[in-house]
Each structure stands twice: as C-alpha cells, then as structure tokens.
Write a protein of this length. Structure first.
Length: 532
C-alpha cells in the first residue's frame, strides 16, 4: 500500500499545483480572466449547437441514424484534444520543471496526463458527452453502451492530449519546427474551405460524404468508441469489441509515446543543438539602408521583424493563401464581389497586425525607454515599415484579379481604396498599439502559441478597431454605392482620390495621437510589455 499511497500523493500534488497555477494566472490579469470567460462562453455555445442537433435532430431516429453525426462529432472532439497541444503548449506543467524533484516517471506520466485535462476543454467535452449519450435515447442498450464508453473516452482523450503535448516538447521543440508547424496550421485553417469543397465535389451528396467519412472514422481511434452504441443496439458485440480494442491500442500507444517523450525531455543533455552564426563586420543590414534618424532606426528594425520574425511573417505567408481562397470562391460561385473585397480585406489584416507591434518587442522595448526615444519617432518608424511593403502589396492584390475579370478602371479604384483602408488601419494601430497592450507570443515562440489572457484583450482590440474603421470608412462606402449605381467614371476617381487622401490624413492624425499616448504612458507601457 505504501507505493500506492506515495503515487497517489504525487498525483494529488501535481493536480493541486495545476489548479493553483491556473488560478494564480487568472488572478493576476483581468484580461486573462475575461479571455477565459469568453472562450468558455463561445465554447459552450458551440457545444449547445452540436447537442441540439444530436439530441433534437439525429436523436429522433434509430441508432443507425445517429451513428454518423455521433462519430463525426466524437472524431472532431478527439482530433481537437490531439492537435491543440501541438500548437498551444501548456507552460504551466512543463515536464522540464520537474527534473530536479526526482518524481518517478510512471507517476509523472499519470500526473501530467490528469493535470493536462484540467482546462476549459474538459468542461466543454463533458457537456458534449451529455448530448452524445442522450442522442441514443431511442435504444436503451445504446444509451447504456454510450454511458459506459464515456469514462473510456475521457481516459483516451487525456492520454492522446498528453502524448501530443510531450511529443511536441521533445521532438518539435526546435524553433524552425514549431514555426513551420504553426504556419502550416494557419494555412490549413484558411484553406479548409476549398479542400472541403473539392472533397464534396467528388461525391453525389453531402449525406453520402458524411456517411462514408463516418464509416471510415469508426475504424480509427478518432471515432471507434463513438460507434460502439450502434453496434450494441444491433447486437453486434464482436464488432463492438474490435472497436474497443482499437481505442485500447491507441491508449497504449499514447502512453508509450508520452513515456518516450519524457525520457527525451528529462534525460537528454541540454546542448545548443544548432550552429552559431556570426555577423560580418560592417554589415548593418536594413539599418544601413535607412536614414540615420530615430524614426529610420525604428523602421529598419521593424521591417526586419516583418520578414524574419515568424510572428509577423506568418501573417504575410497567409496573404497568398487568402488570395487563392478568394479566387477559388469566385470560380465556384461566379460572384465578383469576392475579388473586389480581396484588396481591402488584405489591407485590413495588415493594418490590424500592426496593432501589436510594441507587445511583440517584449524586453527589446527597454531600448526605447532607456534611450528616451521620442513618441512621434517610434510611431512614425513603425507605420513607415508596414507601409513600405503594405502599400505595393495591397495594390497588387487588389488590381491583379480585377485586371483579369474586370476593367482597368475598377482595378485602379479598388487599389486606391485598398491603400486608403491600409493607411486608415495603420493610423488606428498607431494609437491602439500604444494604448491597449495585450499578451502576444514571446520572441522565439510559434505564432499560434497564444499566452493566457490574450484572447479577451485581443478580441476587444479587434472589435474596437473594426468598429471605428467601419465608421471612418462610411464615406467610401457611400461613394462606392454611388459609383456602382450611376456607373459614371467621375465617381470612380472621386472615390479613389478621396480614399487615399483621407487615409493619409488619418495616418498622420493616428501617429500624432499615438505619440502623445506613448509619451504620457511610457512607464506603464513598459511594465505591461515585460510582464506578459
């Protein structure tokens, strides 16, 4: 009994530690608590929608009618538990922190697995599982089987989650690997629509595709457990046993991967694992090409960030993907407004990305404080860096598609409108980046690793900046409507000229206001930046 009691004590200590660290993280940041609440609310809304469909729609039929939505929903939940920890690691329970405590490896595997499940995902998963069980209400045997698989599913989800987290920390810890995975994940999310549409084009109906996919998933660890109630209702216990064996094998493999990953993490020598690059004497890079002024230095460094820091460059990589998505949707639907919207949308994305430029500096922002950098120089340098590549990029994205399917007049006007939107958003970013600092990935972290507390404040900044931008762009919208209704060329040129000139004015005003906010709250800005 002594080893069992000792194991239970270790595990209980790890669970208490996770709860205490999570609570302390929430208590130190109002925005962190707000972001957690917002994630919980949105997550519960999604769970409610899925459960309404499962219980209210699919649950009215026989078990054979329920199996497809149940397997698809269960596979989606399992995939989230498996994929999310690869890109959004839990720093609170990093295995490296327990190396000096000599915790037995088997105990560490068990404790970290259970601690890893103590998150919002567990609450949402339990809520979905209630709907999953109720969806089989047409058969008492199916309901009992579904309820019996719930604890097995939780065990499997916990093991898969920890295996993915530990594997990412052990074998994908290199910066290049994490950055590549993050960028691929962002591209996959944006490209999910054309991929899905292409897959659906290969089948007769959506229902046929869903049935085929669910049938395949039911033979994988993702969906095997969730098809067992249908097998039980049909009396096919041999098939149910096979699916149970598939899930058990997945649990065993996950435990083995976790153990191997923890060995790699806790027993390998630190090492540098990479080569050291030495800068050539006299080569200043972009710093040698910009004016030798404070604003020029800020612009040079910021432009370097845009192209070499994955937190910035991931957004640039996404632009060709978004353009391809817009062109694909145009080819699928024949609607030209998608091509007209490409330029302004890309301009909005680039402008909003600049709203976190100070937060991305992290400890490097101390240089701005210790050197007494003027607020106007800081604001002007940052917006200049984004404008250098942003303006030509928006012109190309806006004009090229319309030159193919539209007219030169349309391409020129939409390009000018896109430049105006970019300048307007950069003017807003010059104010928001100094006045509303929110947590962002730290230097060296992958772009998708969102710190705790970032969700609430980043969503608030996005909402406020979007609403203000929408109000500021009302004159352009009115002129665009007049142009489209009348078809007169004069209104096209009025729209283009007005958008650019107003964008320049709002950019200058944003730099001036942002400079005053920067200089008035510089100590508070620095404290918020280094504390995130």
């Amino acid at each position: 009994m002594a080893p069992a009691l000792r194991t239970g004590g270790y595990v209980a200590a790890l669970l208490r530690l996770k709860l205490r660290l999570s609570w302390n993280a929430l208590g130190t940041s109002v925005w962190g608590a707000l972001g957690t609440v917002m994630m919980l609310v949105f997550g519960l809304g999604g769970v409610l929608a899925v459960n309404v469909f499962l219980v209210g729609v699919a649950g009215r039929g026989s078990p054979a009618d329920v199996v497809t939505p149940a397997v698809l929903a269960g596979s989606g939940v399992t995939a989230l538990w498996l994929i999310v920890p690869v890109f959004f690691s839990d720093r609170l329970m990093d295995p490296r922190r327990f190396v000096s405590f000599a915790v037995p490896r088997s105990v560490l595997v068990l404790g970290l697995t259970l601690a890893g499940m103590l998150n919002i995902g567990l609450i949402l998963t339990l809520g979905w599982m209630v709907g999953h069980v109720l969806a089989w209400r047409s058969s008492a045997v199916a309901v009992i089987a579904a309820a019996a698989t719930v604890p097995l599913a939780l065990v499997m989800l916990g093991l898969l989650h920890q295996a993915a987290s530990a594997a990412a920390g052990a074998w994908l810890a290199g910066r290049r690997s994490r950055d590549l995975l993050s960028i691929l994940a962002l591209c996959a999310m944006v490209g999910a629509y054309p991929i899905t549409q292409g897959a659906l084009a290969a089948v007769t109906t959506v229902v046929d595709a869903a049935d085929a996919v669910a049938h395949w998933l039911a033979w994988t660890p993702l969906g095997a457990l969730y098809a067992i109630p249908a097998d039980a209702a049909a009396g096919d216990w041999h098939l149910a046993a096979v699916r149970l064996a598939i899930a058990a094998a997945a649990c065993g493999a996950a435990a083995a991967v976790t153990r191997a990953a923890l060995i790699s993490i806790t027993e390998r020598s630190p090492g540098t694992g990479g080569s050291v690059k030495h800068a050539r004497q006299g080569r200043l890079g972009l710093l040698g090409r910009f004016p030798a002024t404070p604003a020029g230095a800020v612009a040079a460094r910021q432009l370097t960030y845009w192209f070499k820091d994955p937190r910035y460059s991931a957004g640039l990589v996404m632009i060709p993907v978004m353009v391809g998505l817009g062109v694909f949707m145009h080819l699928q639907t024949g609607e030209q407004w998608m091509l007209f919207a490409l330029g302004p949308f890309v301009a909005w994305v680039l402008g909003y990305s600049a709203s976190a430029d100070i937060a991305y500096d992290h400890s490097a922002f101390s240089l701005h404080v210790t050197t007494g950098l003027d607020g106007r120089a800081d604001r002007a340098g940052r917006v200049a860096a984004a404008s250098i590549f942003g303006v030509p990029l928006c012109i190309v994205v806006a004009a090229l598609p319309l030159l193919v399917v539209g007219t030169a007049e349309q391409a020129a006007v939409v390009a000018a409108l896109s430049v105006g939107v970019l300048l307007t958003m950069l003017g807003l970013a010059a104010v928001f980046s100094a006045g509303m600092i929110y947590p962002v990935p730290r230097p060296g972290d992958p772009p998708t690793q969102v710190p705790q507390g970032a969700m609430g404040r980043s969503m608030l900044v996005m909402l406020l900046s979007s609403l203000i931008a929408a109000v500021l762009l009302v004159p352009e919208i009115v002129l665009a409507v007049v142009w489209s209704v009348t078809g007169l060329t004069v209104w096209a040129w009025v729209l283009g000229a007005f958008a650019v000139l107003k964008g320049v004015g709002l950019l200058l005003a944003g730099v001036a206001v942002g400079a005053r906010v920067y200089e008035r709250t510089l100590p508070e800005i620095y404290q918020r930046v280094v504390a995130q």
